[in-house]
Design a protein around this ligand. Structure first.
Ligand code: PLP
Length: 440
């Protein structure tokens, strides 16, 4: 039986677009994971999306389990979001002045995440973490940042060390082009390892401006913080005059109405000083935010000396999309996300078990990932120790049957509230063959 790898002949229009794209865009894509390098075959160029479905350039339909890597929590082209975007766009695309939509979006975020007193809107999660780090350095007067292996915080120079999925997929230790001086200000520690953190602070605590962590790691696959880990981060940072930055770009407004903080917080040892958000809060448009303690945020220009800016920041159309998406995230939406995610994950587990394929499924709210290995994954070394070949075969079988998974074994799977029973049944029906393919 030939391996079910989907190739150019399965997607001629996408293959033609990839050839054209490769002439003018490096690798033919504008973000590396889209190129399918980890799984092989031809990436699908999408022509449209509606609810839980994507339609590619050849007209083939897929149940979408990427959801734009998180933002599309209500599904594609949700009517309420579309109406808000259309209405905002009709009044102008960008003013370069303040406008009301950005105020409303900021108010919505502040209302939801209790420790966040103020936010500044930016255009991507990368900008949010980059700015949060500059602010933490400005506030503390220190330079060193601690991050955890396998956590991704965008392609910020200082944070591109051991950065999980994107780089893991390409088996790069780090990115070329990051100055040694910049990486030298970053300490990378194992995730979920408080003794390692305590040792780093014992040695260099007076130099450390901030610890940044994914509220629950999603970029090495889903690895939630062990019980007490976040409390420990708070305790150690507090004791040493460093800030804690909780990166909720992926988990924010997805794991609960107030993000992973809503599931795990409040904490006995205090609250993260700064948070970063993106993805869901932009509803599929390029907007993101960082925020937190008012006394820290007060250091930002124009009030304070830490410079940060953006031509399109707080864009009225993007803000309208984000606001409509957040307002659409009702309790019923979170209930549906849970039902859908568990229905799919349960079926994945039972079909992989039936085919004797080692696997472990881990969760953060309705975010889950399937590790092709036995045993719990608590950090990056565990995550890397899985059968990526089995994932590749599984992925291509699913793709051929009209289910688009994230094209890497190191990613969370994302569902939306628009995943109806038809979409879920379509995924479940594809699983037996995919599990058998994984086993071959
Ligand atoms: N932080 C986390 C936790 C992320 O998952 C990501 C993106 O996946 C980022 C930051 C960077 O966001 P963006 O891709 O919008 O720059």
């Amino acid at each position: 039986q030939p391996l079910p790898v989907q190739t150019a002949s399965d997607a001629p229009a996408s293959a033609a677009l990839l050839a054209r794209a490769s002439e003018v865009i490096p690798g033919g894509v504008n973000s590396p994971v889209r190129a399918f390098r980890a799984v092989g075959g031809t990436p699908r160029f999408m022509a449209s999306g509606s609810g839980p479905w994507l339609t590619d350039a050849d007209g083939k339909r897929y149940v979408d389990l990427i959801c734009s890597w998180g933002p599309m929590i209500l599904g594609h082209a949700h009517p309420d979001v579309l109406a808000a975007v259309t209405e905002a766009a009709a009044r102008g695309f960008s003013f370069g002045t303040p406008s009301e939509n950005e105020v409303r979006l900021a108010e919505e975020i502040v209302a939801r995440v209790e420790p966040v007193e103020q936010v500044r809107l930016v255009n991507s999660g990368t900008e949010a973490t980059m700015s949060a780090i500059r602010l933490a350095r400005g506030f503390t007067g220190r330079d060193v940042i601690v991050k955890f292996a396998g956590c991704y915080h965008g392609h910020v120079d200082a944070l591109l060390a051991s950065a999980g999925s994107g780089v893991a997929t390409f088996a790069l230790p780090d990115s070329a082009g990051v100055p040694r001086s910049s990486a030298g200000e970053t300490i990378v520690l194992p995730y979920n390892d408080l003794p390692a953190l305590e040792a780093a602070f014992a040695e260099r605590g007076h130099e450390i401006a901030a610890v940044i962590t994914e509220a629950a790691a999603g970029n090495m696959g889903v690895v939630p913080p062990a019980p007490g880990f976040t409390e420990g981060l708070l305790r150690v940072t507090r004791a040493n005059g460093a800030l804690l930055v909780s990166d909720e770009v992926m988990t924010g407004f997805r794991c609960s109405a107030s993000g992973f903080y809503g599931l795990e917080g409040p904490y006995a040892a205090g609250a993260p000083d700064l948070f970063t958000f993106g993805k869901v809060m932009g509803g599929g448009f390029p907007t993101a935010a960082f925020g937190g303690r008012a006394d820290v945020m007060a250091l930002l220009a124009p009030q304070g000396p830490v410079y940060q800016a953006g031509t399109l920041s707080g864009n009225p159309v993007a803000s309208a999309a984000g606001l409509a998406t957040l307002q659409g995230c009702t309790p019923a939406v979170y209930e549906r996300l849970d039902v859908v995610a568990h229905a799919i994950a349960d079926a994945v587990a039972s079909e992989l078990s039936a085919a004797s394929v080692p696997h472990t499924i881990q969760w953060a709210g309705s975010m889950f990932s399937v590790f092709f290995r036995d045993g719990a994954v608590t950090g990056y070394d565990d995550a890397k120790d899985q059968d990526t070949g089995a994932f590749r075969r599984f992925f291509h079988s699913m793709l051929g049957q009209g289910v688009h998974l994230p094209p890497s074994a190191f990613e969370s799977w994302f569902v939306s509230a628009s995943h109806d029973d038809e979409a879920v049944d379509h995924v479940i029906a594809a699983l037996p063959a995919a599990a058998r393919a994984a086993a071959t």
